[in-house]
Design a protein around this ligand. Structure first.
Ligand code: PLP
Length: 427
C-alpha cells in the first residue's frame, strides 16, 4: 500500500478515511443514551467532586474547559473561517483531556462498589454523593486497588482521582512517561511502576497483575467503554458552548474538529459524541506523530490492533508523550470506521513551533502533544487529498463559514521549568 510506504518515510501527510459516513450500522452497541447516562452519573457525583477538589467549585463540581476564539493564531496559521481552542489543557484535577474519561471511570467503579456494599441506596437520583468524601468511606475504599497503564496523563487522572476516593493506586508507566509526572503521582501516595518498554507492555503487565487480585480493578485504556463514554460527554458540552456563542453548525456552516490521538480513546470518544449530535455536518480528524501513527495504520489496513507501527519499521518514539502509542485500540478503530474523516501526521519539531506560536499570539500554553491539533487546521485546505475531500462533500465554497476546533488536550500541570525547556526545543 502506498500509504504504508509514505508512513515508513516519516512524511507528514493526511489520510482520508474512505469508509467515513458509509454504513453506520455496527456491533459495538453504544448509543447516545449511554453518553447521557454518563453525563447524569457525572452530575450525581458533582457534589463529591466539589468536596474533593475545591477548584471545581466555580462550576459546581462539573469538570469542563473553556472554548476560546483564537483569532491571532488563526491569522498566523492562515486558517479560513473561525478558529476555536477547546482548552482541555485547563481541565481541573488532571489538566488534560484524561480528566474526562479517567475520572468518569473511577467514579463509575466507585458507584458500583458503593451500591454493592450498601453505602449508596439504589435510588441513585436521591442519594447524597458528597458523603462519600468522609473518612469512613475513604477507609472502606482503601481495601480496593485501582491499576492503570499509562504514558503519563491517564496515570495522573486516574491516580489523583483514585487517591481522593481512598483507593490504593498503582500506575504502570511506559518509558515515555516524564519524570515530573511520576513525582507528582508519588506525592499523591500513588505507587508508580516503571517500564523500560513502551506503552503496550505497561498496559499488558498492569492488566495481568490486576487480574491476579480480586480486589483490584484495571482501567483498560485499550478496551474500556467507560473511558470512551466519559470522553464522549465532551461533545454535549461543546454543543452547549457553541450555542452560547451563537455559532451555527449546519449544511452551510461545517464544523471541523482536530484531536491529537494516542491509543484512540479520548479522540474516539469525543468524535463518537460529536457525530451523534452533528452527523454529517461535523468533520472529525485525528492527528498523530510521524513516528507513532498507530490509528492511521490500523484503520488504513483494516488490521486495527493486529498491527503496530514497529511492524512497518517505525520506532514509536516521539516527543509527544501523550501520543507515544504504537498499537491502537481495536475497539475504538472499529467504532471510528464510519465516523472519522481522516488522520493527519506531524513531525515532532513542528509541535514546538505551534506551541511557541500560540504562546506568542494568544499568550496560551499547551503541551507539545496537544499542539498536534493545529496541524489539521493549518493543512485542511492545503493537502490535495484534503481539498478533494472538501470538494467531494461540496464544502470548498463554504470554508469561509467553517468553524475549526483545535482540541488542546493538555498542559496545565506542566511545571514551569519544563515549559522553559520546551520553549528552547528544536530551535
Ligand atoms: C492521552 C492524550 C491524548 C490522546 O488520547 P488517547 O486516548 O491516548 O488517544 C492526546 N493528548 C494528550 C495531551 C494526551 O495526554
Amino acid at each position: 500500500m502506498d500509504i504504508i510506504r509514505s508512513l515508513q518515510k516519516e512524511e507528514e501527510l493526511v489520510w482520508i478515511n474512505p469508509k467515513c459516513n458509509r454504513n453506520m450500522a455496527e456491533e459495538h452497541g453504544l448509543t447516545m443514551a449511554d453518553v447521557e447516562d454518563a453525563e447524569k452519573r457525572l452530575e450525581r457525583f458533582a457534589p463529591f467532586i466539589m468536596k474533593c477538589f475545591p477548584e471545581t467549585a466555580a462550576l459546581q463540581g462539573m469538570i469542563e474547559s473553556p472554548l476560546a476564539e483564537i483569532g491571532k493564531m488563526k491569522e498566523a496559521l492562515g486558517v479560513k473561517g473561525k478558529l476555536l481552542l477547546k482548552q482541555d489543557s485547563e481541565l481541573s484535577v488532571a489538566g488534560s483531556v484524561k480528566a474526562r474519561g479517567g475520572i468518569y471511570e473511577v467514579l463509575k467503579h466507585t458507584e458500583e462498589l458503593a451500591v454493592l456494599h450498601g453505602l449508596l441506596s439504589e435510588d441513585l437520583e436521591n442519594e447524597d454523593y458528597a458523603k462519600l468524601a468522609e473518612g469512613k468511606y475513604k477507609e472502606f475504599f482503601s481495601q480496593y486497588t485501582i491499576q492503570v497503564g499509562s504514558t503519563g496523563n491517564l496515570g495522573l487522572s486516574i491516580g489523583i482521582t483514585s487517591a481522593a476516593v481512598g483507593y490504593r493506586v498503582i500506575v504502570h508507566m511506559s518509558a515515555d512517561a516524564k519524570e515530573w509526572k511520576k513525582e507528582l503521582l508519588r506525592s499523591h501516595g500513588v505507587t508508580v511502576v516503571e517500564y523500560e518498554s513502551d506503552y503496550s507492555e505497561a498496559v499488558k503487565n498492569g492488566r495481568r497483575l490486576s487480574d491476579q487480585d480480586p480486589k483490584s480493578y484495571f482501567v483498560d485504556d485499550e478496551n474500556s467503554k467507560n473511558l470512551f463514554l466519559g470522553y464522549a460527554v465532551a461533545a454535549k458540552r461543546l454543543k452547549g458552548q457553541l450555542e452560547n456563542r451563537k455559532i451555527k453548525v449546519d449544511g452551510d456552516h461545517p464544523l471541523f474538529v482536530y484531536i491529537p490521538c494516542g491509543v484512540g480513546g479520548a479522540p474516539g470518544g469525543v468524535t463518537f459524541g460529536l457525530k451523534e449530535i452533528f452527523g454529517e455536518y461535523v468533520h472529525c480528524f485525528f492527528v498523530e506523530p510521524v513516528q507513532a501513527p498507530c490509528m492511521l495504520l490500523g484503520m488504513a489496513t483494516g488490521k486495527h490492533n493486529d498491527i503496530c507501527v514497529q511492524d512497518i519499521g517505525l520506532t514509536g518514539m516521539t516527543h509527544a508523550d501523550g501520543l507515544a502509542v504504537g498499537r491502537p485500540s481495536g475497539f475504538v478503530g472499529k467504532v471510528m470506521e464510519p465516523r472519522l474523516s481522516g488522520i493527519f501526521t506531524i513531525k515532532d519539531g513542528k509541535l514546538y513551533d505551534y506551541m511557541r506560536s500560540l504562546k506568542e499570539t494568544e499568550d496560551i500554553f499547551i503541551e507539545p502533544s496537544a499542539c498536534a491539533a493545529f496541524e489539521g487546521a493549518a493543512k485542511i485546505t492545503e493537502y490535495e487529498e484534503a481539498k478533494d475531500y472538501l470538494e467531494r462533500l461540496g464544502l470548498t465554497g463554504k470554508m469561509g463559514n467553517a468553524v475549526h476546533v483545535a482540541w488542546a488536550t493538555g498542559g496545565k500541570l506542566v511545571p514551569k521549568e519544563i515549559r522553559k525547556v520546551f520553549e528552547e526545543m528544536y530551535l
